[in-house]
Design a protein around this ligand. Structure first.
Ligand code: PGA
Length: 249
């Protein structure tokens, strides 16, 4: 299986009102004027998914959600299903982000169930993993991350389009980034785990790096071994910053 095209995805988190669609418009105008080497996606808050999907329909920029519930429908006030995201026009969904793992107690098993739901709805999951600072300092990084990969990726992903995002929790929104050696060490371990779990099919899915990616460090990070793109938070909110990362890929 050949390596998938790199993916640079913007995670807007709980940011963005209707006016912010201007940023998405600017990203798609630049991407369409000069198609980059990578796939490009934006993951706005749920309230903007349908509007952004309409706006970007037919452009080179894909749209994703930031989370979904595992069930298809039901009495789950406030939640949205993978089917609803797909119906709104999303093609991807971020799952298991550390802000959800930490803030909502999401376990690997729950992330795996959500990943199954994404596949059921025809969405491409971007499954996030990453260690806390405490775990890194305790020398547990590789066991934590590979354990999350094993626990969060259901067997049904074999042969399907999906991505893993390695996001060290301590690097998210902090301006801190691991060294290139640290990034490569984890990405190589994730790849080995994917191949162990999925065989040949584990060689294809891109492994994104996320955590304080910005235009000034993107080129270096994106060149690192087994880095197949980036998941970008803060720097995805402004088209100019995000495009600086996209063009570095
Ligand atoms: P950041 O966030 O780029 O703002 O560090 C990354 C993420 O949480 O996906």
């Amino acid at each position: 299986m050949t390596a998938a095209r790199p993916l640079v995805a913007g995670n807007w988190k709980m940011n963005g009102l209707g006016l912010s669609l201007d940023e998405a418009r600017a990203v798609s105008a630049a991407v369409d004027a000069q198609p980059p080497a990578c796939r490009v996606a934006l993951c706005p808050p749920a309230t903007l998914v349908a509007r952004m999907a309409d706006l970007l329909n037919g452009t080179g920029v894909e749209v994703g959600g930031q989370d979904c519930r595992a069930e298809e429908s039901g009495a789950f006030t406030g939640d949205i299903s993978a089917e609803m995201l797909a119906d709104a026009g999303a093609g991807l969904v971020i799952l298991g982000h550390s802000e959800r793992r930490a803030g909502y107690g999401e376990s690997d098993a729950l992330v795996a169930a959500k990943t199954e739901a994404a596949l059921r709805a025809g969405l491409e999951p971007i499954v996030c993993v990453g260690e806390t600072l405490q775990q890194r300092e305790a020398g547990e990084t590789l066991s934590v991350v590979t354990g999350q990969v094993r626990g969060s990726l259901p067997a049904s992903l074999a042969g399907k389009a999906f991505a893993v995002a390695y996001e060290p929790v301590w690097a998210i929104g902090t301006g801190l980034t691991p060294t290139l050696e640290q990034i490569e060490e984890v990405h190589v371990a994730i790849r080995e785990t994917l191949v162990e779990v999925f065989g040949e099919a584990g060689k294809g899915p891109p492994i994104l790096y996320g955590g304080s990616v910005k235009p000034s460090n993107a080129a270096e990070i994106l060149k690192a071994r087994e880095v197949g793109g980036a998941l970008v938070g803060g720097a995805s909110l402004k088209a100019a910053d995000f495009l600086g990362i996209v063009t570095a890929a």
